[in-house]
Design a binder for this molecule. Structure first.
Ligand code: DX5
Ligand code: ZN
Length: 217
């Protein structure tokens, strides 16, 4: 069964706690938090203080996605705030092995994200150290975009390389396209618009868990 991580970027910014509770009651598995520095992506989102406050109101694991040119500058602050998984981009200007070590030293799990145009081969040397690979299914920066259909092949290549960690996808995921990602070997689906705009989030989550009913990883 694929884990579902609602992206709070699509939640109501004036009612974050209410929407996080909705996600918890709907049976979501993690909470996805997009961090944007207005450099790596043309958008700005969420401080470590928001993560700290979210940690106080939810038991869902916090899946923090750093869309930053220099993720090491704030990684410690997000780890201290309570991030359970910290993912940075392979395209960022940072020392990936050193950053992964810092994330592990803080007791969290490390993820590496790939933009749609970045090949799976880019992260092959780091697969033994990263608990998760995030294959972006849209150009990072905004919710509500259309899923890039070339990404399922990238997921297959990662699986074919023998990678046994989690593979997460993020961007444009809906009930009518998640099946293709699941067949390719996906473990975690980040969903913003499709969940927070759903009439009945619980029913949507149940349908998606049902649709992707493979054995838990
Ligand atoms: C985009 C973010 C995603 C986004 C997903 O850069 O990383 O997490 O919020 O939202 P939807 O599901 O609406 O594409
Ligand atoms: Zn994200």
């Amino acid at each position: 069964m694929i884990r579902i991580a609602p992206s709070i970027l699509a939640a109501d910014p004036l009612n974050l706690e209410r929407d996080v509770r909705r996600a918890e009651e709907a049976g979501c598995d993690w909470l996805h938090i997009d961090i944007m520095d207005a450099h790596f992506v043309p958008n700005l989102a969420y401080s470590p203080e928001v993560v700290r406050r979210l940690k106080e109101v939810t038991k869902l694991p916090l899946d923090v996605h750093l869309m930053m040119d220099h993720p090491e500058t704030l990684a410690d602050a997000f780890l201290k705030a309570g991030a359970d998984i910290v993912t940075f981009h392979a395209e960022a200007d940072t020392d990936p092995e050193r950053l992964i070590r810092r994330i592990h030293e803080a007791g969290a799990k490390a993820g590496i994200a790939l933009k749609p145009r970045t090949s799976a081969e880019t992260v092959m040397p780091l697969l033994k150290q990263a608990e998760m690979i995030l294959t972006m299914t849209v150009e990072p920066g905004f919710g509500g975009q259309k899923l890039d259909e070339s990404v399922p092949d990238k997921i297959r290549r990662l699986r074919a390389s023998g990678y046994s960690g989690w593979i997460e996808a993020d961007g444009g995921i809906r009930e009518d396209n998640i099946g293709r990602l699941a067949d390719a070997g996906l473990d975690v689906a980040v969903m913003g618009t499709a969940l927070f705009r759903a009439q009945d989030m619980r029913a949507a989550v149940d349908r998606i868990h049902h649709l992707t009913g493979k054995g838990e990883r």
